[in-house]
Write a protein that binds this ligand. Structure first.
Ligand code: ADP
Ligand code: MG
Length: 724
């Protein structure tokens, strides 16, 4: 740390040898070469085995044990032929991380020789020593081990690092007694629940041929790149992922010149490298561009089935971090690495559909398809209204709190943006006033007449909405950049399953009564819109008026911090939602609450300690040195009869005193331990510790404007954001 490291960093960045992009490979040559894909399986498995496996994959069922040995052996041969000597069961614990346990293929024979072996049972099931992963009390209660099991719907792949090649097998991670300890298990269950409910509704709508319904996800990932020389001199960036101090640069994002501007060359080389790796892993990277803030970028893939998209999203985060290192950057996936500069989100684009009926959130172009679309869209609206606090809870963590509720990211109030056309239509349905929408024959047509093709124009976007309809999908914009997409997808699928179950029952009753189909649909839509229409909002989500109106007139929850949002997981109606759909048992749900709240408390405590540490050991000495320098000079000049206005000395002395007294208070505040329960502890972090940290920061940032630059110990915002 210190000024010297800053100048060194600048020197090294400026003098660095340019990295040239490798010549681009033809997509056809590299696409999914590192994936044990269906086509590779077809090549190397006996016909019968392949057929059975394909069925398992497409229906998402458990692998037939009798073929698992053959599949494992084929997978091993392929991996070894590509240079792998290890395999890893990859799983997704209740943090946002990806975890893996590596094992060698090596097996020692009785005569002491070694062969490479990979039996079916090792493919299907593993037993990682996952005891250090948070489990929310599940495993101590049940005294059970955790084990991993291959999720056949997500293909195995090779991960190439400088240390060699590893065969990676995506798995679920569950306790011996079957409780989910990860994010994948409930995601698979939520897809299942949604499929069942959607299938019933589609059949009631008159379809006899209904393929399995799945949800899709395309996640836009925002991130920052900071040169590693700078990042490594900032303990806050390294340990907390964000800067705890730093005054805004003279030039911020006010010119908007970074957004969609030319991508800096060094960054472009990095991006190409990431994309190449993604293509090799069969991840369809599609768009890349600069984001609003300086130093901020975005990458988005083409959408995929939710389960695979979620695994690929985790891989994308890993690749971004790894590749950044290779290019001398640190990739920051934190939601708010720099105060006063736009934060990073992850827009989760989500829809549901199947092979026979297509995208169910696409309006379509026949009256029947339109009606079907309205039913599914209404189901989503009902879900957001009923379970808005859950949506807020699944994106709640210490870092995302900096975005939600601040004036740049979607607000912490969950509402739905539909676009004016759809909003008007749903309002008419709620009022039962469809006079504009009757065809000349006098019958109500929920279709072409009422619903001209919806504009899919990106201009028709409301950037202030946390959850927006964008023509053929919903975009959950409040998700944090560093978060797993599984939590949000689980919530969305499960809410939708609940709504579709509700609609299915209602429709069934109406149809059994002999109500004509169109009328039955209309009455269901009307009921939903009357009860849940309050969640639809097309205005400015950042405005004070909306915050007031949402809470006071519409009864929507405003949960600005995690401390307020997470406890909803303990509410009876949330427990019922997950239990009735079979997505999470009450024990599993409770364990999630425990894990997430503990993580929240821990991350704020780590930050508080860092604030104290950096203030005391870096900022204070710098300020004192500055004072000593200037005071000495002032005294010397005074002796010569020249007097200088001591303004700067006074300011620095006062700020230093104030900072140190705040640090002392914060130091004793973090000692407090006597909390009645987790909720109280979280509130203390949100309402007491955080404001105290912010208050230390005020002094430090003010000092940064006063203390001599060559004494300042931390790389500045200006340096980190603009020097590449
Ligand atoms: P924008 O920045 O305008 O929101 P992008 O093109 O960057 O749009 O990202 C849109 C994302 O939505 C892409 O990942 C795209 O594949 C995804 N998407 C498109 N259709 C669907 C769908 N039916 N289901 C899920 N995601 C979708
Ligand atoms: Mg978007």
């Amino acid at each position: 740390m210190g000024y010297e490291s800053r100048t060194q960093a600048i020197y090294q960045i400026t003098e660095r040898e340019p990295i040239f992009a490798e010549p681009p490979s033809r997509l056809e040559d590299i696409w999914a070469v590192d994936v044990f894909s269906l086509s590779k399986m077809k090549q190397c498995l006996p016909k019968g085995v392949f057929k059975s496996l394909k069925k398992t994959i497409q229906a998402g069922e458990q692998l037939d044990v009798s073929i698992s040995d053959m599949v494992a052996s084929a997978m091993k041969d392929w991996a070894i032929s590509r240079g792998a000597s290890y395999y890893a069961h990859v799983f997704y614990p209740m943090t946002n991380a990806t975890a893996e346990k590596h094992d060698g293929f090596v097996s020692i024979q009785s005569d002491g020789s070694a062969i490479s072996e990979f039996a079916g049972k090792l493919l299907v099931q593993g037993e990682p020593d996952g005891s250090s992963f948070p489990n929310g009390g599940i495993r101590s209660t049940f005294e059970a081990r955790g084990y991993t099991a291959w999720d056949v719907t997500s293909p195995a792949y090779l991960m190439e690092t400088d240390n060699g090649v590893t065969l990676c097998i995506p798995t679920v991670f569950i306790s011996w007694t079957g409780e989910a300890l990860d994010k994948k298990t409930p995601l698979l269950r939520s897809i299942n629940a949604m499929n069942k409910a959607a299938t019933k509704v589609l059949k009631l709508l008159g379809h006899s041929d209904v393929a399995p319904v799945n949800s899709s996800c395309g996640a836009e990932q925002e991130y920052f790149l900071v040169d590693a020389h700078f990042a490594n001199s900032r303990p806050d960036l390294l340990l907390a992922g964000r800067t705890l101090f730093g005054k805004p640069p003279a030039k911020g994002q006010q010119f908007d010149d970074h957004y969609f501007g030319a991508i800096p060359e060094r960054v472009q080389v990095f991006m190409q490298d990431v994309e190449k790796k993604m293509y090799r892993l069969g991840i369809p990277a599609k768009t890349r561009h600069n984001e609003v803030a300086p130093g901020q970028f975005e990458i988005a893939p083409f959408f995929e089935a939710a389960n695979v998209a979620s695994d690929h999203q985790q891989l994308t985060m890993t690749l971004l971090r790894q590749t950044a290192k290779k290019h001398g950057f640190v990739c920051l996936l934190h939601e708010k690495p720099f105060a006063g500069i736009n934060g990073s989100g992850k827009h989760v684009n989500w829809s549901v559909g199947n092979e026979t009926q297509g995208n169910l959130l696409d309006p379509g172009d026949s009256p029947h398809e339109n009606a079907q679309f309205l039913v599914f869209c209404a189901a989503v609206i009902r879900g957001v209204h009923k379970f808005g606090p859950l949506m807020r809870a699944v994106i709640a963590n210490a870092s995302n709190d900096h975005r939600l509720g601040a004036n740049e990211a979607p607000p912490a109030i969950m509402s739905v943006y539909l676009g004016s056309q759809l909003e008007t239509l749903f309002n008419q349905i709620a009022k039962g006033d469809m006079s504009d929408n009757y065809s000349h024959k006098g019958e109500m047509q929920i279709g072409v007449d009422t619903l001209p093709p919806l504009s899919k124009d990106a201009g028709d976007r409301n950037r202030t909405s946390p959850f927006a309809f964008t023509g053929n999908r919903f975009e959950f914009r409040a998700v944090g950049s560093g978060q797993s997409v599984s939590g949000p997808l689980i919530a969305l699928n499960t809410m939708l399953a609940d709504s579709l179950n509700f609609i299915g029952d209602l429709l069934e009753t109406e149809l059994e009564k002999g109500t004509e189909q169109n009328a039955a649909i209309l009455s269901v839509l009307k009921e939903i819109m009357q009860k849940h229409g309050a969640v639809i909002f097309g205005g400015d989500g950042y405005s004070a008026e909306w915050h007031k109106m949402a809470v006071e007139e519409r009864g929507l929850a405003n949960l600005p911090t995690t401390a307020e949002a997470l406890p909803c997981l303990k509410e009876k109606y949330i427990e019922e939602l997950f239990e009735s759909t079979g997505v999470l048992s009450p024990v599993e749900l409770e364990s999630r609450y425990e894990v997430y709240s503990e993580q929240y408390v821990l991350s704020i405590e780590v930050e508080a300690k860092l604030v104290i540490d950096i203030a005391k050991t870096s900022i204070y000495p710098a300020a004192m040195r500055h004072l000593a320098d200037i005071a000495g000079t002032v005294a010397g000049l005074e002796e010569m009869g020249i007097s200088l206005a001591p303004d700067n000395i006074k300011t620095v002395a006062e700020l230093t005193n104030s900072m140190m007294s705040k640090v002392a208070k914060l130091s004793s505040a973090i000692e407090k331990e006597d909390f009645g329960n987790t909720e109280e502890h979280m509130k203390y972090c949100a309402k007491t510790l955080r404001p105290m940290m912010d208050s230390v920061r005020e002094d430090v940032d003010a000092l940064e404007s006063e203390v001599a630059d060559d004494l300042w110990p931390l790389p500045t915002y200006q340096e980190m954001l603009f020097i590449k």
